[in-house]
Design a protein around this ligand. Structure first.
Ligand code: PAF
Length: 279
């Protein structure tokens, strides 16, 4: 069922909860792919009711980012959700979420400062604000996020802990195409030639993991090799960052250890791609 009104969504959830049902929420910006489907399947397995929200959240995009061209196809998304047995699709308008005079924001400090946060000022403030609103509207017992956005996943977990919210934040594995490309709605922007260059991200991550497994623990050496590999591909415009971080603090490591995460953001053409791997 497609729900556009906050009031209606809240009433439905109240009724479901009164019947003793627990609720899983999969927050998305639409243009669903197999990564989203895996989140939906996780939620279906663990909850009586699954809600998918579809909302391209303007306040998490910077001025020069891709808000206007972000891919949208609600009919296709709705069809996907139906196929997967989603109970409710929450699809609010901008005005419904941010009516005139809206002025409240949620901000997690610390974890949002490095990595993507350093290059996308205000991005995580937009994410935590909308996720907070979605949690208040859908009142989920569990909410599902992909670990492709590893920093986002940790930031949301921290928000829930710091604000004593009664929702379990579940992180689901990053899903790749067979050739290694991490699934993302933004892959749609890539031409077929650019897509070949986009493979450099996962290739560099796999290579780094091998180096570590062979005994390399110097982050600078690993990062240098990754940089060399990625920049050897055409269409790679800018390597924004390659960082080897602690999985909880997200702080760069001086000596690489098992369990650390390598995260990177790279522009291929005009498309900003992110990816990561856990060692
Ligand atoms: O990961 C996303 O698609 C978005 O950042 C989210 C969590 C739906 C918030 O708009």
């Amino acid at each position: 069922m497609l729900i556009k009104s906050i009031k209606e969504m809240k009433e439905i959830i109240k009724e479901e909860k009164a019947k003793g049902k627990n609720v899983g929420l999969v927050p998305t910006m639409g243009y669903l792919h197999k990564g989203h489907v895996s989140l939906i399947r996780c939620s279906k397995k663990e909850n009586d009711i699954t809600v998918v929200s579809i909302f391209v959240n303007p306040i998490q995009f910077g001025k020069n980012e891709d808000l206007d061209k972000y891919p949208r196809d609600i009919n296709r998304d709705f069809y996907f959700c139906k196929e997967e047995g989603v109970d409710y699709v929450f699809y609010p308008s901008y005005k419904e979420m941010y009516p005139e005079g809206y002025s409240t924001y949620v901000e997690v400090e610390g974890l949002t400062e490095g990595l993507c946060g350093a290059f996308r000022p205000g991005h995580f403030r937009g994410v935590t604000t909308v996720v907070n609103k979605l949690f208040n509207i859908v009142n989920p017992d569990r909410a599902y996020f992909g670990k492709k956005d590893y920093q986002q996943f940790k930031v949301i977990q921290k928000m829930v802990k710091d604000l004593n919210m009664d929702v379990e934040v579940v992180g689901c594995p990053l899903i790749r195409e067979e050739d290694g490309l991490a699934l993302s709605s933004r892959n749609k922007y890539l031409s077929s030639e650019q897509r070949k260059s986009a493979l450099s991200l996962s290739k560099a991550l796999f290579h780094a993991k091998k180096l570590f497994e062979k005994g390399e623990t110097n982050p600078e050496k690993i990062k240098k090799e990754m940089e060399k590999l990625i920049s050897s591909y055409p269409y790679v415009k800018d390597i924004q960052y390659i960082e080897i971080i602690h999985p909880e603090t997200l702080k760069p490591k001086e000596k690489v250890e098992k369990g650390d995460v390598i995260a990177l953001a790279v522009y291929v053409g005009d498309t900003r791609l992110i990816d990561n791997i856990k060692l």
